[in-house]
Design a protein. Structure first.
Lengths: 467, 460
């Protein structure tokens, strides 16, 4: 039954899309001009005596300086299973008090410098960012160093953060996307910590000042950190400020162990989460993939872009522009230091929930079954290269990309090598990747929606109800 | 000639600019070059060169939005915006996105009460194809039933995903305006009713394009790796042949401040945490009160150092967040009645009246005592930095300049706003807080989880 539906869907959709991808261009449309040389930021690198890595990328543009201080292995994957999302609370509380300043004084100091200081956690790290008007570069790095080195976790701030996190969790639970994300991560990563990025009521209640201080001392350490400095500042000044504010920073104790590797395959699971009265189904399709350092990383980026990486992607063109099922259909390749995931999704009206899954899998099969045309491949490679250029125009984005590459294990040179490597991918590689990663039978499915849609799901798997 | 909705800038603001002096270091000012030229067909072209990256941002702003849509066609301006991406006789459906994607670019569009913008950012090698595509869809569209039906479906899914299937359903920007304003142009649902959206006909699409999408009702703005000479020549080459078209006179949408408070309680079937939105009718575009209102919003709700954050979220710990909105745009990007809306999620054990009382107390404090020099200085420094940041991306730079040209008739306003902000005094804040942030001028929506409302009813 499943096979028949899939086959029919594929037959129905191949021709129009295949033609669209290779459609003739209007005769008067001017050609693209020749590409200008790819700008690659020059990165001045130094390591301080305490092990802190410092990269400075001077820029001539905005009168602003950006700092990103990233701590490896200090993120959500380092959290205990009983307290998922703990690293986010830890990050949030860094700016809520130091020996010198209370929460309000920190916020006022940042405001008076024309900027901000804040922290967040992702799977692989804890990242503290700050920016300021260029004339306040020194004072802002001073503030960043103050919160990183001297956060003192006042009890009343912890209590407020926990109370607000509990309410925030309640508010988030009302959003279909939040529940869908939790369920698809569980399906993809199983018991691996990458499955646990959202906090829970019990986990929030279990947080104490002692657990925060212990994690702070273990995770925030100079030898596990990279400071990226970008903006209107020269390299020597950048290094001088780094030495001045962070050079004599020493910590005691042992660092946390590295994240264990996540599996790159998983037995698919099928989950329906009831949402009474929902007028749409939040559909998610996912499987584990490979880390950012894997040989498949670049071709997988290209293949996932073709499938679901932008407005001209196959999923968007099919489910939105052809069928009108959804406002948007997408696929993301999330590459991390110890694993990866391919997660696709769309929010569709109830009556086309099953049909939408049929379209997802039709496209998934096609990318492994047929070679992508030269024109569609070229369009997507240029789209990725354009994304690099557009992002590179923004100094904060350059700092963020460098820090994230470092967190997932990629070297500084990778920033400049990325586009040439993408340009080298050919159609055979894309098809091989398609076969390897996008076979429908390898995909887990999560649907958050009304119980009335369950009937439509039967052709796609044996769906279990869950919370 | 069609009537222009753009009124000239008030002379008073020019005075403010000249007298402004900045306390942040002079090197922290970020002025962008602005060159403007109007073609014979009325298309205004703005170019802001910056060769620091081989990238260009493009924005085409049409001076039409939700306020101008037909009365029995709520949501039509937005539906029409979608149809602008659905093909022309020269470039069939799909061409537009594929050409921009293949050029390495990104594109989008959005509909607001006073304008509709179409934006692209791309490697500069894609500039000419992008301009060809924009000129092509300004000339005419491929009016056909299939794409109309498809986009009616897509827009309905957009409304489901953003409104009907979401807790709070955007009440802080949709419902609040419906309650606060008295004229249809200002108080109808710009997303539209499903009935009106489904009723849209191809003739409506044709008429809207003819009436509002001519070159004389548009601004083309380029920012990035292009010189004014190149930009003007390319604009002439691709847009110069499009004939100007008669544009309907814009209705008088003005309305006075409200004179009696309006309080509404709404039930939310999806939300788990209550929320409140407080909308105040704000100063007109070009009024001497406009910049003080922007500063006041920042003093009250601009980030972690703001008064309401420090008192409602920290201090009294009543709310989870505090945000401020100027309608659907920014404090300088509207041209008709607009709300300054304060929005917060509040804790279920807190009474909404207590939240409002705390807001009122903070506003009363400003009306009485104004704001200290130190506080005013750091708020202004933060606003200067925010202003610079808003112009960093070539896309938002092009778009900001296009919007100022369309709404104010002068893109160079972008370099004057920091001076206006700098000139705001504590007395200005006292005055505007006492004029606009009054109980009589406010509309309050208390949005409660359905279960909570039911429990409240039982208690009574």
């Amino acid at each position: 039954m499943t096979k028949t539906i899939l086959t029919l869907c594929i037959a129905a959709l191949i021709s129009p899309i295949a033609i669209a991808a290779d459609m003739a261009m209007p005769k008067d449309l001017p050609a693209y001009a020749a590409d200008k040389p790819l700008p690659v930021p020059a990165i001045d690198q130094r390591t301080l005596d305490n092990g802190l890595t410092v990269w400075v990328v001077p820029r001539a543009g905005m009168p602003r300086v950006d700092y990103v201080l990233a701590f490896k292995g200090a993120g959500l994957a380092a959290d205990e299973a009983a307290t998922p999302g703990f690293a986010s609370t830890l990050a949030g509380l860094l700016t809520e008090g130091t020996a010198k300043r209370d929460s309000k004084a920190i916020a006022e100091q940042a405001q008076s410098l024309g900027g901000s200081v804040g922290a967040f956690a992702n799977n692989d790290g804890l990242v503290v960012s700050a920016d300021a008007l260029a004339s306040n570069a020194d004072a802002m790095l001073g503030l960043l160093a103050e919160v990183v080195r001297g956060a003192n976790f006042p009890e009343q701030e912890i209590a407020l953060a926990k109370a607000n996190a509990l309410q925030g969790l309640k508010a988030a639970e009302a959003q279909p996307g939040f529940r869908a994300e939790r369920a698809i991560l569980k399906a993809v990563y199983g018991e691996h910590p990458y499955a646990r990025t959202q906090n829970t009521e019990e986990g929030i209640q279990a947080i104490t000042r002692d657990t925060l201080v212990a994690a702070y001392q273990q995770r925030l350490r100079p030898e596990r950190a990279l400071l990226v400095v970008t903006g209107r500042i020269d390299a020597e000044t950048g290094f001088k400020l780094a030495q001045q504010h962070l050079g004599d920073w020493k910590v005691e104790g042992k660092a946390a162990p590295a994240t264990t590797a996540a599996a790159s395959t998983a037995k698919p699971s099928f989950v329906h989460l009831e949402r009474v009265g929902s007028v749409q189904s939040a559909v998610r399709v996912g499987r584990p993939a490979v880390p950012a350092t894997d040989a498949d990383y670049i071709p997988l980026r290209v293949a996932s872009t073709i499938l679901g990486g932008g407005f001209s992607s196959r999923l968007m063109q099919n489910l939105r522009e052809d069928k009108g099922y959804t406002y948007g259909a997408y696929l993301g390749y999330r590459a991390q230091v110890a694993g990866g995931a391919l997660i696709a999704g769309a929010d569709v009206r109830n009556e086309v929930t099953g049909a939408a899954l049929g379209e997802f899998f039709g496209e998934y099969k096609r990318i492994g079954a047929e070679a992508v045309s030269a024109r569609e491949l070229d369009m997507n490679k240029r789209y990725i290269a354009g994304g690099y250029l557009i992002s590179n125009q923004l100094q904060g984005a350059v700092a963020g990309t460098l820090a994230n590459n470092w967190l997932v294990g990629l070297p500084p040179e990778f920033l400049g090598e990325f586009v040439p490597k993408v340009r080298a991918v050919d159609a055979a590689q894309v098809q091989a990747i398609g076969k390897k990663y996008f076979a429908p039978e390898q995909q887990s499915i999560v649907v958050v929606g009304d119980n009335a849609v369950i009937e439509q799901l039967k052709a796609y798997g044996d769906f279990a109800a869950a919370k | 000639m069609p009537a222009s909705p753009v009124r000239p800038r008030l002379p008073l603001l020019v005075g403010l600019v000249l007298s402004a002096s900045l306390s942040a270091a002079d090197g922290d000012r970020f002025e962008v070059p602005v060159a403007v030229k109007t073609l014979d067909n009325g298309l205004t072209v703005v170019v802001s060169p910056d060769h620091s990256a081989p990238v260009v941002g493009v924005s085409v702003v049409y001076k039409v939005g939700m306020r101008s849509e037909p009365k029995n066609r709520t949501g039509f301006a937005h539906l029409f915006e979608h149809l602008m991406f659905e093909g022309t006789p020269n470039a069939p459906e799909g061409t537009f996105d594929k050409v921009i994607t293949g050029g390495g670019g990104r594109n989008n569009g959005s509909t607001r009460p006073d304008f509709t913008n179409y934006i692209e950012i791309a490697p500069v090698s894609a500039l000419e194809p992008i301009l060809w595509l924009e000129a092509d869809r300004m000339t005419t569209l491929d009016f056909n039933e299939k794409t109309l039906k498809n986009q009616q479906d897509v827009v309905k899914e957009e409304i489901r995903v953003n409104v009907k299937n979401q807790p709070y359903g955007g009440f802080m920007w949709i419902d609040i305006g419906q309650q606060a304003f008295s004229k249809w142009e200002n108080n109808h649902d710009g997303y539209g009713s499903f009935v009106d959206l489904e009723s849209a006909k191809l003739d409506d699409v044709r008429a809207f394009h003819r009436d509002y999408y001519g070159p004389n009702n548009a601004v083309l703005s380029l920012a990035g790796d292009v010189t004014p000479e190149q930009g003007f020549a390319l604009a002439e080459k691709y847009f110069g042949q499009i004939a100007k078209r008669e544009t309907p006179k814009r209705p008088d949408v003005s309305e006075p401040l409200n004179t009696a408070e309006k309080r509404i309680t709404q039930s939310d079937a999806l939300a788990q945490v209550p929320a409140v939105a407080v909308g105040y009718k704000t100063a007109d575009r070009g009024s001497k009160d406009q910049a003080p209102m922007a500063v006041l919003a920042e003093v009250l709700a601009g980030g972690d150092a703001s008064r309401l954050y420090q008192n409602l979220v920290k201090g009294k710990a009543m709310a989870l967040n505090i945000d401020s909105l100027f309608g659907l745009t920014g404090p300088f990007e509207y041209d008709g009645p607009t709300l300054l809306t304060l929005f917060a999620l509040y804790k279920p054990n807190v009474k909404v009246d207590d939240v409002l009382a705390e807001m009122d107390a903070q506003i009363a404090e400003i009306v009485k005592n104004g704001v200290s020099d130190a506080e005013l200085a750091r708020v202004k420094t933060a606003m200067l930095a925010d202003w610079n940041n808003s112009l960093e991306s070539f896309l938002s730079r092009a778009d900001t300049l296009a919007k100022y040209q369309a709404l104010w008739g002068d893109a160079k306003i972008a370099n004057q706003v920091p001076g206006w902000i700098q000139a705001v005094t504590s007395d200005d804040l006292k005055r505007v807080a006492g004029t606009y942030l009054t109980v009589a001028n406010r509309t309050v929506i208390d949005r409660k989880p359905a279960a909570m409302l039911a429990t409240d009813a039982e208690k009574q």
